[in-house]
Design a protein around this ligand. Structure first.
Ligand code: ACK
Length: 959
């Protein structure tokens, strides 16, 4: 090999090693490099650049000319001493190197020598250094350059982490895992990692860092926020401009500080705008009537940039003035002044004040506060109004007494003070649950100095006070009196039968038999039962006329005998099982005549028929309730002769008296009649059929409520109706519905709907609960089932329950779980109540008092009637999902199992569903609900409620 320097085309010198002994055979010429340090290399590469002549281009060289050369290497930890003899056998062969292209052909046919480049991997090299050696075996070569190198992954920055220069593994199939280090002002998010591949490429970036607070990402580095900007959270976000009324003056701000006069509340996040206390409420006005003083105002003009405005009412009483100075003397108001809903922390813009002194001067300051009030030195934001209360008359009612109480009712009476004026118009009784006094009042009026307050909750203390109304206005209230209702006793409500109560209280059946026999013999059974049952409920108990040896005795006991000469029959209005039903008038001397209905017993009756007929009177006579048909009396005793007919003259008679007489042969000589109040609109079923679609939902609910009042009364008396159906409800001219038809509570002979059952009884199948059909188990709970059917009849305007299905099919389908679907236009809540009444298990049906209070809630909150079943759900009862049954905040929270927060809502002034529908998650937090899961559940329920309300508003439905 010769070291030769040549010139390239640009006349630059090129140092080469050349060999070209192509004419001579058996060539073995070696060229060796100096010692090369391995450094960090694991894999070493050699790039050779050379020219190699094509043997064909050299004449007469065939057989000796070669076109390749060989590459060898030798590893050592140190350079070999200079005198070391070269021993080819020490070297390991890397490869035989051939030229890719020795020559290229020019256009003129000349062949031009070309430079070749070949790269080989040498090794593995593990010692500190090595030599390279080139063996020529008879080729014509010029070695232009030898480049020896290794590969590495270069230092880099990825995901805000820096990675150092890294040498790949010797084994090309495994990667080197490298951990990065966060760049300045960045923090680790997830361990930053990269993998260095054999070719010096970075692979699989994992994890990374993000900029610390006060910094933002810029070109892979973290830069400090400029003044006027801030970054409160670590992250790869840009710095934000300072929120309104705040600023930052330094670099790398993590918060912007509030400008003078502006603040952040403790709960405000540092990214929120700074705010200030509100200005004073506007347009404060007062209204006063005899009992309450109302303050109303408008929100402040400047809310300070916040939404959490509340109001506090501060009260001073300023009576008279200091004689010397003429300055009015003011002092804080008396503590018994009551504010509804409360004096402090009001969210609304009004308050009612009661129990104030009469003839006094009050000054009320309404203060607007928000979350930053009191943080600075700003003056309080007050609006003032001064009110002078009127002179109310002195209280005319002194002591209010409790006469009796039951689970749901309390009877009260009172006497007037001695010098009471004679012109008392009526009394107003106000009452509230002691526990809930801030929240809701109820009131009722009565002309008499007594009242029965119904619809109360069992075992609850109520506060009552009474005031009189005279021609001159209201007088002051009596002091407060507290009375409580009796505890709930499910046995009484369910079983309904006095006999069962007696059984339980006496303690054994045999004892009962003996006792009953004894009492029947002595004729004192009824008295005994009454005496026993009074302590249970405080309400009179129903006495079954069948327990009388002589039913006539029961009629005498409970029904007034009327002289037939006081009765004027006008016309026949219907036909009953025993005889015609007429309308007419009853004129008892000294009283106004009243419209009555007269049920008659056909002439030629048997004694048994007479007893059955009068049975109804002896039942009806025991009741006294505005929703139960009132018995005016009976005619049983008078001898009646055509000749001395003593009916009084009805001036406008259409049928008198001869036509009437044709109905009454009176062959037995004794006319038998039952006289009851006249109900102008007749039976409810036929009435609704003729007025299809003519009532509002609220009117229909009003009818159902009346029936529920009557049935609550009956069930509290222990009376089971057994034939509750729209045909047995009568309607007066004011749409008041009253329960009637009591005669048939034992035998249902007269009801055309009644069919014989397997047990032999005759039962109106479609209206009757399954356990009553199957085993004759009638109870107030089976009456509740029938009540559900009546609700359905009302909502469908007198449609026949189960339409044309046969009785047998009705029984089977009920057994299989089918229930009547909601009638068209029926609110969801009402159908839900029907389904509740139709629970298979009688114990799971609601009691009548619960039905009543539920209907009352619907009436008080008519928006609960807006969602119609047909709007929301498919017709098929099988597809009917459970829809929510709630109409108050309490019911709503129960339905989402968040009852524990009832007080939070009520205390914050949220009392209606409408009021909560606009609540945000912040509002939920503010009223003290801290658990995130609970906040979420409540807010998502509110959202769906909002949707429902929206849907209803869109449909334009009017109640
Ligand atoms: O639907 P109606 O007109 O109302 O037909 C029946 C019919 O007598 C047979 O019962 C009517 N009826 C019964 N009692 C009364 C009453 N107290 N006032 C008015 N109508 C009555 C009932």
């Amino acid at each position: 090999w010769d070291a030769i320097t040549e010139m390239d085309e640009q006349n630059r010198p090129i140092h080469t090693f050349q060999v070209c002994h192509v004419m001579e055979p058996n060539q073995n010429n070696w060229l060796r490099s100096g010692w090369i340090q391995r450094q960090a290399a694991q894999r070493v590469y050699v790039e050779l650049r050379f020219t190699l002549r094509d043997c064909n281009s050299i004449p007469w060289v065939s057989g000796t000319c070669k076109e390749t050369f060989n590459l060898f290497y030798l590893q050592t930890d140190d350079p070999l001493p200079a005198a070391t003899r070269f021993r080819p056998t020490d070297y390991a062969k890397v490869d035989t190197i051939a030229a890719d292209e020795s020559f290229t052909q020019t256009d003129l046919g000349d062949r031009v020598l070309r430079l070749n480049t070949e790269v080989r991997e040498v090794g593995p090299v593990t010692l500190k250094g090595f030599y390279l050696a080139f063996q020529d075996v008879g080729a014509c070569i010029a070695l232009v350059s030898v480049k020896v190198f290794y590969k590495r992954c270069p230092a880099t920055i990825r995901n805000l982490a820096a990675f150092p220069d890294t040498v790949p593994h010797m084994d090309s199939s495994s990667l080197v895992e490298v951990r990065g280090v966060c760049v300045e002002n960045a923090e680790e998010r997830d361990t930053p990692k990269l993998y260095c591949g054999a070719d010096g490429d970075w692979l699989v970036p994992l994890g990374g860092c993000f900029c610390s607070i006060g910094h933002e990402e810029m070109d892979g580095y973290c830069r400090a926020c400029r003044p006027g900007f801030f970054s409160a959270y670590a992250g790869n976000k840009k710095c934000s401009k300072c929120p309104p009324h705040s600023s930052s003056h330094d670099q790398a701000a993590t918060i912007c500080h509030c400008d003078k006069g502006f603040y952040r509340a403790i709960k405000d996040s540092s990214t929120m705008a700074c705010t200030r206390p509100p200005s004073a409420p506007r347009n404060l006005v007062s209204l006063i009537n005899d009992t309450a003083l109302f303050l109303q105002w408008m929100p402040p003009a400047d809310t300070g940039g916040r939404k959490d405005i509340t109001y506090n009412i501060l009260c001073q009483r300023c009576d008279g003035s200091d004689g010397d100075s003429g300055v009015t003397q003011c002092e804080p108001c008396e503590p018994d002044l009551r504010f509804i809903p409360r004096p402090l922390g009001l969210t609304g813009t009004s308050v009612a004040i009661i129990d104030f002194a009469t003839h006094a001067n009050y000054t009320f300051h309404v203060e607007a506060v928000n979350g930053v009030s009191g943080l600075g030195v700003a003056a309080r934001s007050l609006a003032n109004v001064t009110v002078t209360t009127h002179q109310a008359g002195p209280a005319l009612v002194g002591v209010v007494r409790k006469d009796w109480a039951s689970q749901n009712s309390i009877a009260l009476s009172w006497s007037q003070v001695e010098q009471a004026p004679p012109d008392i118009v009526d009394y107003e009784v106000k009452y509230y649950e002691k526990e809930q006094e801030q929240l809701s009042y109820s009131s009722t009026r009565t002309k008499a100095p007594s009242v029965v307050v119904t619809g109360l909750r069992p075992s609850t203390v109520y506060v009552f006070h009474v005031r009189a109304r005279t021609a001159a206005g209201y007088t002051a209230y009596s002091p407060n009196f507290e009375f409580f209702t009796t505890p709930e006793d499910p046995d009484i409500a369910d079983q309904g039968q006095v006999l069962v109560v007696v059984t339980a209280s006496v303690g054994g059946f045999s004892l009962l038999v003996i006792l009953t026999l004894f009492l029947l013999i002595t004729g004192r059974f009824m008295l005994y039962v009454s005496a026993l049952s009074v302590p249970f409920s405080g309400i009179k108990t129903y006495v079954d006329p069948d327990t009388y040896e002589d039913p006539t005795q029961a009629v005498e006991e409970f029904a007034k005998e009327i002289d037939p000469s006081y009765i004027c029959i006008e016309r026949v209005i219907g036909a009953g099982e025993f005889g015609e039903v007429c309308s007419g008038r009853l004129r008892i001397p000294g009283r106004m005549d009243i419209a009555v209905a007269i049920k008659t017993l056909k002439g030629g009756y048997m004694d048994q028929q007479r007893r059955e007929f009068l049975r109804e009177a002896s039942i009806m006579g025991q009741f006294n309730n505005p929703n139960i048909i009132r018995l005016d009396g009976v005619v049983t005793k008078s001898k009646f002769h055509m000749s001395n007919c003593s009916f009084f003259e009805c001036s406008h008679f259409s049928l008198f008296p001869s036509q009437i007489m044709s109905f009454y042969p009176f062959s037995s000589g004794r006319p038998i009649m039952i006289v009851v109040e006249y109900m102008e609109n007749g039976a409810l079923d036929s009435f609704l059929r003729t007025r299809d679609g003519q009532f509002t939902v609220l009117q229909l609910v009003g009818m159902m409520r009346g029936i529920a009042v009557g049935m609550t009364y009956l069930s509290e008396m222990g009376y089971v109706h057994r034939d509750l159906a729209a045909r047995n409800i009568l309607v007066d001219e004011n749409l008041v519905c009253k329960v009637s038809d009591f005669g048939m509570s034992r035998i249902l002979e007269d009801d055309s709907e009644a069919a014989y059952t397997a047990t032999g009884g005759k039962i109106p199948i479609r209206w009757t609960a399954p356990e009553a059909i199957a085993y004759g188990k009638f109870s107030s709970a089976s009456d509740v089932w029938s009540y559900g059917i009546v609700m359905w009849e009302v909502m469908s305007y007198g449609e026949r329950p189960y339409w044309e299905m046969s009785n047998q099919d009705v029984i089977l389908s009920i057994e299989e779980g089918y229930r009547l679907p909601a009638p068209m236009g029926c609110p969801v809540t009402l159908h839900q109540l029907m389904l509740h009444c139709w629970q298979k298990e009688s114990g799971q049906r609601p009691h009548f008092n619960s039905v009543l209070s539920f209907l009352d809630k619907l009436i008080i909150n008519p928006s609960s009637l807006l969602t119609l079943v047909n709007d929301v759900f498919p017709d098929s009862p099988e597809d009917m999902p459970d829809y929510p049954l709630f109409i108050s905040i309490g019911d709503w929270l129960d339905s989402i199992k968040m009852s524990q927060y009832k007080n939070n809502f009520l205390a914050a002034g949220y009392t209606t569903l409408d009021s909560i529908s606009t609540m945000s998650i912040d509002d939920i937090r503010r009223i003290g609900i801290c658990l995130i899961g609970h906040q979420r559940r409540i807010i998502s329920s509110i959202q769906s409620l909002r949707l429902q309300l929206h849907h209803i508003q869109q449909s334009g439905f009017q109640v």
